[in-house]
Design a protein around this ligand. Sequence first.
Ligand code: G3H
Ligand code: 13P
Ligand code: ZN
Length: 317
Amino acid sequence: MIVTTKELYDHAYGQYAVGAYNINNLEQTMGLFRGNIQSQSPFIIQLSKGARGYTDKRMLEGIIRSAGEVFPEAIFAVHLDHGDEQTCYDCIDSGFYSSVMIDASHETFEENIAITRRVSQRAHDNGISVEAELGMLGGVEEDIAVDEDNACLTNPDEAKEFVEKSGCDSLAVAIGTSHGAYKFTGGQGLHFNRIEEIQKILPGFPLVMHGSSSVPQDEVRRINAAGGQLKEGAKGVDENEYLPAAKLGVTKVNIDTDGRLVWTRVHREFFSEKPEDFDLRGPGKIFMQAYADFIAHKNEMLGSAGQLDDVRESLKK
Ligand code: G3H
Ligand code: 13P
Ligand code: ZN
């Protein structure tokens, strides 16, 4: 059942984080639904602009609709990840999405507010909520490269002003994370002081953590042992930090890279062990179950595991 992102946030805020997982194809979608049922978790499916253009947005939306029928127990929201203004309008007008993210964080503060405000008005007129971003994450966001040295954390006073003036419903904050597989070489963790300051000034307001993959080094080593050439030694977010962040208002945790690593590991290992094979269903089946197990594990760490029945009850109120 597709629900609003707000309904999921209302249940989760301050208790646990809802996993927001990017999908691009059928196998990922199957694994995602299986994993969330396995762990009894509500979840958010997110589609990036790249994912919508990979085949055709209608293919992806069709797969999600079908998955909702195949797994009638599932409770989830559908979200546009890192949208530009035009893509947000396309998603709002389609009537299929629970929420959109307008990412104008690369614009000036004033311009970010103006764009987010326009998107929020149109979204709210259509019963959809809006995630915006303030501050700069290190790493790569779609085609915008942000040098890690220039990455700046979200300023709490600016966050308050931004939320009030833009009308957004949740805010992606820069709290020490970055996108992609090459995050931190040192031992940096999340900036909990900053999260706390933002929560203090915006109590009850859902915060979003992008770049939340942990880039398990064992996964990277297995990929390289099977012929990959990923840089080793770069760490991501410590999974043990998800729940403490959730208690401070981080209500949505975005994970994409770790799932891509699962895909790469399964396929590289499969074909290096069976070089004579050419049936795509062989690695596909292994991937779907590995992805399901990966999602279930993440949900345990986020605290969303086991919440499904309670969310269902809360929706009746
Ligand atoms: O933050 C971006 C997500 O990982 C989506 O990546 O734009 O390559 O689909 P993508
Ligand atoms: P990762 O690259 O850390 O998985 O972050 C994904 C993300 O933020 C999607 O919006
Ligand atoms: Zn992101």
